[in-house]
Every structure is written in structure tokens, then in C-alpha cells.
Design a protein around this ligand. Structure first.
Ligand code: NAP
Length: 236
């Protein structure tokens, strides 16, 4: 089959690799935000489609048989577009939906519904690690009473005073804990992304007994949704 995987996640890469190995003609679509994306099996295309109509046109033009939405749980616009475009083009659409992280008893989470509430939840004089993409930082500009640390893979010019550390999140919880200790972090602000890749910082905060301001998920995309790569592959 000809399969389009809407990607930008670790699981999308696993899906594309497994589908290509199974003999399908796979294309992975990326939004084009990262200059050097991680290599992925099959073909890669990059950049927006121009809304659901644009995506539907692409699906028809490329004679795509199945659309797989394996985008990030906070990427709500592309997921809504995927549902609409698949019905416009009259093809199947399946969604990989990563389960959220769940707090364990020793976690010190304050769950908030969105970024604006997260901004208000940070106490004055905190040293807060913002584990968020650069496009989500602007609301924190109103908190000049907080010291912010942001990690970024690529350099950028922030619109407010914050310290930018150019490095990828560290892989192990102990390395993440070392980073938090070195920088004197008192609070972690994170979205509940789920998955293994970004979990080390949550485990590190647990080990250091640091408060975490956890931004809850937006509503999930439409069914059918699969919580594991294997289950989605089986459905295909
Ligand atoms: P979004 O707000 O849902 O999408 C905004 C627009 O970007 C979409 O309307 C679409 O433009 C384009 N777009 C998004 N994902 C695309 C894809 N995979 N292929 C082609 N176009 C795409 O998305 P976002 O939150 O900015 O995320 C962008 C990408 O980064 C996604 O692929 C997502 O999986 C990945 N990602 C996101 C996060 C996160 O925290 N949100 C974290 C890790 C990775 P058109 O309407 O013009 O088609």
C-alpha cells in the first residue's frame, strides 16, 4: 500500500521503518521545523499542506491508500486536519496516540490545563526549567520575577530574559538530575507528552523531589486510536 505517516515523533519513525520493511511505499511528512531531522526509512516530505483541503489534495495526487497520524499529542491542528482530509479523500486514517505519563506517589506534580495557568503556578524567585518548544515560551515573558532556563537544540533569540542552554535533553535520569543540580533548578515546567524519550527529566525531578508544573493534554484526536506501534501496525 501507499502510506503517508504524519510524523515528527519517535513512534512515527518506528512505524515508517516497520511499514517500509513490510514492503509498503511509505512517506513520512514533517512540519519542517527542525533543520536536521533524524533519518527515517522511506521517503520524507517537509512543510505544511495548506489545511485539510491541501492535505486531501496531496492524498489524492499521491494515490495514498492509508493515512497514519503519528504526530505529537499536543499537535492538535495537524491531527484535526488529518481526520478531515482522510474523509474528504475517502481513505482510512489511523492514529497513534501515546499514553500520558501518570504521577507516582512520590511525584510533586501540580497539574494545570494550559500554558497560561502554568505561568501563574510558578512561585516568585523560582529557577524554572521550561521543557517546552520555543514557540510556547512567550506567555512566560510576564514573569520577570522568575529565572527561566530553556534548553534548545538550535540557537534562537528569546523575546524575554532567560538563559538558553544549547543541548538536547539528556538521556538518563541521573544525567538530567545532574543538569538540574548544576543549574540550581527549583521547578520543572513540562507538558504531559508521554513516551520514553522525554521521561528522564520527570524521573530526575522525582529523584530530586522537585515540584513539576505539568501541563495536561488537549482532547485526543478522533478514533480509531492506538496506544502502541504494534497495535497500529496490526490494524494496518
Ligand atoms: P500543529 O500545531 O498541530 O500544526 C500546525 C500546522 O503545521 C499544521 O496545520 C500543518 O500545516 C503543519 N504541520 C504540523 N505537523 C505536520 C506534519 N507532520 N507534516 C506536515 N505539516 C505539518 O503542530 P505542532 O504542534 O506545531 O507540531 C509540528 C510537528 O512537530 C508535528 O509533526 C509534531 O508531531 C511534531 N512535534 C510536536 C511537538 C509538540 O509539542 N507540539 C513535540 C514534538 C514533535 P498545514 O495546515 O499548512 O498543513
Amino acid at each position: 500500500m501507499r502510506i503517508l505517516v504524519l510524523g515528527g515523533t519517535t513512534e512515527a519513525r518506528s512505524l515508517s521503518a516497520a511499514l517500509a520493511k513490510g514492503g509498503h511505499a511509505v512517506t513520512t511528512s514533517l512540519a519542517g521545523r527542525t533543520r536536521e531531522p533524524v533519518p527515517t526509512a522511506g521517503r520524507i516530505r517537509s512543510g505544511g499542506f495548506g489545511g485539510p483541503q491541501g492535505l486531501a489534495e496531496y492524498l489524492r495526487a499521491e494515490a495514498v491508500d492509508v493515512l497514519v497520524d503519528a504526530t505529537h499529542p499536543f499537535a492538535t491542528a495537524i491531527s484535526a486536519n488529518a481526520s478531515e482530509a482522510a474523509s474528504l479523500a475517502g481513505i482510512r486514517r489511523l492514529c497513534f496516540y501515546r499514553p500520558p505519563w501518570l504521577a507516582v506517589p512520590s511525584d510533586r506534580w501540580t497539574s494545570v490545563s494550559d500554558i497560561r495557568t502554568a505561568v501563574a503556578a510558578i512561585p516568585p524567585d523560582a529557577i524554572a526549567l521550561l521543557a517546552l518548544g520555543r514557540q510556547h515560551l512567550e506567555p512566560f515573558a510576564s514573569r520577570s520575577d522568575v529565572n527561566f532556563i530553556v534548553r534548545a537544540i538550535e540557537p534562537f533569540v528569546p523575546s524575554f530574559a532567560c538563559e538558553i542552554v544549547l543541548e538536547r535533553p539528556r538521556v538518563s535520569p541521573s544525567e538530567e538530575a545532574a543538569f538540574m543540580r548544576e543549574r540550581g533548578i527549583t521547578h520543572l515546567v513540562s507538558r504531559n507528552s508521554g513516551g520514553i524519550g522525554a521521561y528522564a527529566k520527570i524521573e530526575a525531578a522525582r529523584a530530586l523531589k522537585l515540584p513539576v508544573i505539568m501541563i495536561d493534554r488537549p482532547p485526543p484526536p478522533a478514533e480509531p486510536r492506538f496506544e502502541s506501534v504494534e497495535a497500529l501496525l496490526q490494524a494496518i
